[in-house]
Design a binder for this molecule. Structure first.
Ligand SMILES: [Fe+2]
Ligand SMILES: [Fe+2]
Length: 205
């Protein structure tokens, strides 16, 4: 009887280990993504303040919204890290604030890297390792970064034409997945996670 119990205990330990093994790459990626999203959130908050100082209110509102969106991504990644038994380390992010035009260039480069290189690689690894929670968190972030890329591209075009006034002044951020809408009235439900519109966080000042 004791032998049987011992065998089942060993079996459960092996099963537990094998479930955990194989998500090592994803854990490493989640930590890198958490660090990147936390830094992006802090950086965009600083870019928002810079735009406000330059009297570019639509851009200040835009960066405040994207800062919140990146914070949602960071929190989602953190929750998955903890669910998988890992821990995040807090670090103070490194970035430089320049003029709003230069800040926008920097933001576009960052989004481009995340949507074209970083998240596609992380998504592939998460799929290979069958890490479904990480996969969802990475996908929500990647789809949002594509929208941020377009929002910033529009903004820089308007800035170059001296036509910042034409830019949206209302943004909405989904509190669950970070999806960002640059329109007065967004869809009834978030296109990524189906959260209803009344839960969205509004940015308009
Ligand atoms: Fe972004
Ligand atoms: Fe959402």
């Amino acid at each position: 009887m004791r032998k049987k119990r011992m065998l089942s205990l060993i079996f459960m330990i092996v099963l537990g280990l094998s479930a955990r093994a194989g998500t090592e790459k994803t854990m490493e990626n989640l930590k890198a993504a958490y660090k990147g999203e936390s830094a992006a959130s802090a950086k965009y908050a600083a870019f928002s303040e810079q735009a406000r100082k330059e009297g570019l209110l639509p851009l200040a509102i835009m960066f405040a919204a994207t800062s919140k969106s990146e914070a949602v991504h960071a929190l989602n990644h953190k929750a998955v890290i903890e669910k998988l038994g890992g821990k995040v380390e807090s670090e103070s992010p490194q970035f430089t604030v320049k003029t709003t035009k230069e800040n926008l260039d920097d933001a576009i480069k960052g989004e481009n890297y995340e949507m074209m290189t970083m998240y596609p690689e992380f998504i592939k690894a998460a799929r290979d390792e069958n890490a479904t929670d990480a996969l969802k968190s990475f996908r929500w972030a990647m789809e949002t970064e594509k929208k941020h890329f377009l929002i910033y591209t529009n903004a820089i075009n308007a800035l170059n034409k001296n036509d910042v006034k034409s830019l949206p002044r209302v943004y909405w951020v989904c509190p669950k997945c970070g999806n960002t809408y640059d329109q007065a009235k967004p869809e009834e439900k978030c296109a990524f996670c189906y959260t209803s519109r009344d839960k969205f966080i509004k940015f308009d000042k």
